[in-house]
Design a protein around this ligand. Structure first.
Ligand SMILES: [Zn+2]
Ligand SMILES: [Zn+2]
Length: 392
């Protein structure tokens, strides 16, 4: 078995993980193979960086995990800027956690706990509200830039049936590991385990026009998409949401053994929570989105990242917290399975390895280029093809 030694400096970290919520970070940490900071923080931070990091190993990679101080794109932008300044050798950053999902993607039903991976991030609130309509300033890839070539290469691989199936199978294994690690920890602390599958009967998708609201007059709730704060905090069952308004879907057999499907596409990012079935569908169609979240656009400004998020609700007014932990667990599991398939070689120290990997259709090992602007800084040189996929 390979021996892994603790890195001696921050430069030895090539993979970063950003989570918006502590429960998302907890799920990721349950999959760490080793921690490097059990006896205090050996790596420190650059001056001006107030983030706190968890460092360790996931598979063969040293990883640094950052939990954001607040939700939203702005918090994500400043914290990831600091991450980049402290960890200047990062080549791939995952944004891992939960999101609201679009219920049907390319004809396939999405279920809670499935995982979306970003092909591009669309900041759809980056524009102007006009009376009656809202104009996004630029379109999509224009406003945030495309993923860099390395990430695009990974995404292309992940879009093949074979690779996606391998990643899905592996993520199911990781999900089990995560759940059993949590169950053990929970038993020790005499708490309930957090990351269990809530069950298919709890996966309720209502028709887009059917609003989660008080049925009796409360002064705020109405059938026109307004829900008062109290109703928003009340479950569908307690509020009496009508099961006749559920979307009829082909429900798979629930043997308690859920393995997440992976969907790849454009993810909408905004500073406000999406909680309307009608507005969700409008934006999903208009911008070709598969999910909604709140940190991607901010993080993307600083580092090219791959958003890997578990669907914890359908971005409508019926959204509740029930699936958040489980969706965080499926996202963490898929992230680790993707990372397993990823090869980073150090072009500076090991040119031979870079040559070998350079031959995977990305133009050979001898072409280098500077990455600037929207990426890891002006001084990073990356050999094309030095990040590639292990397709075996
Ligand atoms: Zn109400
Ligand atoms: Zn409801």
């Amino acid at each position: 078995m390979a021996q892994f030694t603790q890195p001696i400096s921050r430069d030895e970290f090539h993979v970063g993980i950003v989570c918006a919520l502590p429960s998302e970070a907890d799920a990721v940490m349950l999959l760490f193979d080793q921690f490097w900071d059990e006896d205090g923080d050996p790596f420190g931070r650059s001056s001006g960086d107030n983030n706190s990091y968890t460092t360790g190993r996931l598979g063969k990679y040293n990883v640094v995990l950052l939990t954001l101080p607040d939700m939203g794109t702005n918090s994500a932008a400043s914290a990831t800027a600091n991450l980049r300044s402290s960890y200047g050798s990062l080549r791939l950053v995952f944004l891992v956690g939960i999101c609201g999902g679009v219920p049907k993607i390319a004809g396939d039903d999405v279920f809670l706990g499935d995982v979306v991976v970003s092909k591009a991030i669309v900041q759809y609130d980056f524009g102007r509200q006009f009376p009656g309509h809202y104009e996004v300033k630029d379109t999509l890839e224009d406003s945030l830039g495309r993923a860099n070539k390395e990430i695009r290469g990974m995404l292309a691989a992940l879009q093949t049936e074979r690779m996606r199936e391998m990643v899905q199978n592996k993520s199911a294994v990781y999900l089990k590991q995560l759940q059993s690690a949590d169950a053990k920890a929970a038993a020790k602390k005499r708490r309930r385990s957090k990351y269990r599958y809530p069950g298919i009967t709890e996966d309720k998708l209502y028709l887009p026009r059917y609003v989660h609201r008080h049925l009796k007059q409360c002064g705020i709730c109405s059938e026109f998409d307004s829900t008062c704060d109290l109703a928003a905090k009340t479950s569908c069952t307690d509020l009496g949401c009508d099961d006749n308004m559920l979307v009829q879907r082909d429900i798979f057999e629930d043997d308690g053994d859920f393995s997440p499907n992976i969907f790849i596409g454009r993810i909408g990012s905004s500073n406000t929570v999406m909680k309307s079935g009608k507005i969700r569908d409008y934006n999903a169609t208009k911008f070709d989105l598969i999910a909604f979240e709140m940190e991607g656009a901010g993080a993307w400004d600083e580092v090219p990242c791959l958003v890997v998020k578990g669907v914890c609700d359908y971005a409508d007014s019926h959204k509740n917290n029930l699936w958040q932990n489980f969706a965080a667990a499926t996202a963490a599991s898929v992230m680790k399975a993707i990372l397993d398939r990823y090869i980073v070689t150090d072009a500076v120290q090991r040119p031979a390895a870079a040559q070998v990997n350079g031959g995977n259709g990305q133009g050979g090992g001898n072409s280098t280029r500077s990455i600037s602007g929207n990426t890891f800084g002006d001084n990073v040189r990356i050999v094309q093809g030095d990040m590639t996929w292990n397709g075996n």
